[in-house]
Design a protein around this ligand. Sequence first.
Ligand code: GLN
Length: 493
Amino acid sequence: MQLNQLTISELTAKLARREVSAREVLQSCLDQIGRVDGKIHAFLSHDADDALAQADAADKLLSEGGSAGRPLLGVPVAVKDVLAVKDQPLNCGSKILGQFVSPYNATVVDKLKAAGAIVFGRLNMDEFAMGSSTENSAFGVTRNPWDPTRIPGGSSGGSAAAVAADEVIAALGSDTGGSIRQPAALCGCVGLKPTYGRVSRYGLVAFASSLDQIGPFTKNVRDAATMLGVMGGHDPRDSTSVPQPVPDYAAALTGSSPDGPTIKGLKLGLPKEYLIGGLDAEVKSAVDAAVKTFQELGAEIVEISLPHTDYAVATYYIIATAEASANLARFDGIRYGRRVDGADPVELYSKTRGAGFGDEVKRRIILGTYVLSSGYYDAYYLRAQKVRTLIRNDFLKAYETVDAIITPTTPTAAFKIGEKSDDPLQMYLSDIFTISCNLAGICGISLPCGFTKNPKLPIGLQLLGRPFGEATLLQIAHAYERGTGWHSEKPPL
Ligand code: GLN
């Protein structure tokens, strides 16, 4: 195996034993980027000199025995183009930010660096994280490493594709309605959306502030646990981050059993509302097989009901667009990035925004402005907030009897580039299984659970956990992964 193909735990063990250097690990990622990124286009840019300097600093620390307290020392991690990294470009997949360079680090970036990670590269995404295919990027589409004629999912398509193609060891993305879990499913990696408030959003460019969370893309569940342990925690700079202690997620994987992880006696819920008509037969049979595996591992499967599921997509597209219309008002040509001059301020705003934003972002701003406008606020926005509470209550009620919920991550495997780009409603429906998790503010993970046959494309299994129940969620996911091994398959690059 090449170094760039290894997991965080494999690499940190080798680095600590000084069998390899951080520079060699990084170089092997850079080589892979050189080899495959022309085809995949996961990266918008990467600053190799800065990354090599970080690798040399990591090697110095390693030679001084500095790995204690630095669980990511020497591990290359790339970030979605929506997270601020000091002195690096920040575009959010949009033209509107022009030549903008971040003046500061996002809190998660500071935390990764403090843990020893080499943070480098800007990963492609749908403009302002609005989309499910990465086709809405202003900088060209990212391609699925399993089949370059297909989309990698979105909006964090660059993050998923980069990890799946072994261009980097782990990556960060953001998830507002599925943007970590859906691309992870379609590219065959592990994607974790933490509970709302688990991870600081400081330095994440806001799309819909009450739904957005930052989370990791990794090659296996253990690595997701390690990443979340580093990223989580209260941050005085984000008032929505919750002051709850961060558990030792990696330790939770082994549980109390000396023989390794066990999920014996845990109850897993199967929501009857998720067996919808549009569910692809191969996706359904992979999830059915996963349910069997869980039973063999000693879990009890319980049928549950989440009765307000049908309203999730509509509710999401009211709340998310309303918040987006307010958040994106700041891109006005005055303070940031690109400006198209006009005779007066109103003309300047409208020319700048007209030229800077793509079609999907404009569609959402118009929709969001409409649902917030006087006369419609009560009928749409206020009502959506009430339905959101009902959706959250469905989950809290389910968690009175089950420890986690099993669903497919997506209704189908990766679709063709161009297949849904002219049909926003079809595109919105590809998030039908992931959206409720954000509305409810709970945590969710997607992990590989099989492949379609012809062509061979990854299928994702989604597990949804209690608020702040990431430790149990990771324990269940880890047991499944050990019992199956789908995660170790590699795309034919
Ligand atoms: N695909 C969904 C949307 O377009 C979710 C995006 C996300 O999670 N950022 O809004």
